[in-house]
Design a protein around this ligand. Structure first.
Ligand SMILES: [Ca+2]
Ligand SMILES: [Ca+2]
Ligand SMILES: [Ca+2]
Length: 365
């Protein structure tokens, strides 16, 4: 990337060791990702490769997982209470919609009881988690600031260490049917108890009877017919990700057909494939702040004597780092997320890092 001044999007291999050459003439960068930290190494190419500088930042993303589960279904033993059995009812094929991303069928459920269970894994919370650490809103537009308060949860409970990577698993349960055919915005607040540097915002949707069969989330006769055509019974029960088992009882039968029919929508009333406003993304910027700090620290630590001999001190070098670093694998974008720090250097002085740009594109997984 010689003198690259335009935005570029790179594709990267899955998390693990990855290697990028950012400048054919002057250097290379090695990114080593071991899942909990990311090491930047800047190597010269001239002279056979010399390590010029390095910096390691820890992956501290305290929200390790955001999941929706089918509470009170066949998959948690038909128990409306929160507990360890709920882990088996997690909709593994669903992912939280993050601010700025476009909703797909992977972000909403078709569950007949609506959204009645959400799990958040919090790493090392700094206090006792209570309802006061969350906010919930419901709506069906891309402007969540206009949404209304969601029904209050029935319970919020914590299982220490039961979450991803040893995080505490926070289970939030609503009465069945209280939140349905809508989007839910969940906010994990920055509080003394959560220890989050900034609020963490995510979304799940629900539209009962939707099979995810079209370009929209409209529930119509096609969904009903699809349920009819994909029957499941005791002999070949439905898996948790079966798109036709709307009541998650493990069967696909007339009940599911009726659910689709009873919850039919028009295009106007259907669940919208929203793009929750990007402004909310600032709230998810804890990891970006780490990136920013890393770059600033790099500049602060580096001096001319280090850089000039190895050729890095040419003007308008563009260094790229990637936002993989402080993000948990489950939320790493499949498409490139890019952090770019443009460092203007003029020997023998290095100008302050004044134009840090963070180009952050969340893609749906
Ligand atoms: Ca349960
Ligand atoms: Ca449909
Ligand atoms: Ca069923």
């Amino acid at each position: 990337m010689n003198s690259a001044k335009a935005r570029q999007t790179w594709s990267v291999p899955p998390p693990g060791a990855s290697q990028f050459q950012y400048n054919a003439d002057f250097g290379a960068m090695l990114l080593t990702d071991n899942g909990s930290s990311l090491k930047f190494e800047f190597w010269s190419i001239a002279g056979g490769g010399t390590l010029i500088d390095q910096y390691t930042i820890a992956a501290t993303a305290p929200v390790r997982a955001r999941q929706v589960f089918y509470n009170d279904s066949a998959f948690d033993g038909n128990s409306p209470a929160a507990g360890a059995l709920d882990d088996g009812a997690i909709a593994a094929d669903k992912q939280a919609l993050l601010p700025g991303a476009t909703a797909t069928s992977a972000n909403y459920t078709s569950y007949s009881r609506g959204i009645n269970g959400v799990i958040v894994d919090l790493l090392n919370p700094t206090g006792t988690i209570t309802a006061a650490d969350f906010a919930f809103h419901v709506g069906n537009s891309s402007t969540p600031n206009d949404w209304t308060a969601a029904p209050a949860p029935q319970s919020i409970s914590v299982r220490p260490g039961a979450g991803d990577g040893g995080a505490d698993r926070v289970t939030i349960v609503w009465p069945s049917g209280a939140i349905r055919n809508t989007w839910l915005q969940a906010t994990v607040k920055s509080t003394a108890a959560t220890g989050l540097a900034a609020a963490d915002v995510f979304y799940f949707g629900n539209t009962i009877g939707e099979t995810g069969n079209g370009a929209t989330a409209q529930v119509n006769s096609n969904d009903e017919i699809a349920a009819r055509q994909h029957a499941r019974s005791f002999t070949d029960p439905a898996n948790i990700d079966d798109p036709f088992d709307f009541n998650r009882d493990g069967f696909v039968n007339a009940i599911d057909q009726i659910l689709a029919r009873a919850n039919a929508t028009t295009l106007a009333t259907s669940l919208k494939l929203i793009i929750p406003s990007i402004s909310a993304m600032a709230n998810n910027s804890a990891s970006l702040a780490i990136v920013d700090a890393a770059w600033r620290s790099l500049t602060a630590e580096r001096d001319v004597s280090e850089t000039a001999p190895n050729g890095l001190a040419s003007e308008d070098q563009t260094l790229l780092a990637f936002v993989q670093l402080s993000m948990h694998p489950s939320e790493r974008p499949s498409e490139m997320s890019e952090t770019r720090s443009r460092r203007r250097m003029k020997c023998p002085e290095i100008e302050p890092l004044t134009d840090v740009q963070i180009d952050f594109t969340m893609a749906n997984l």
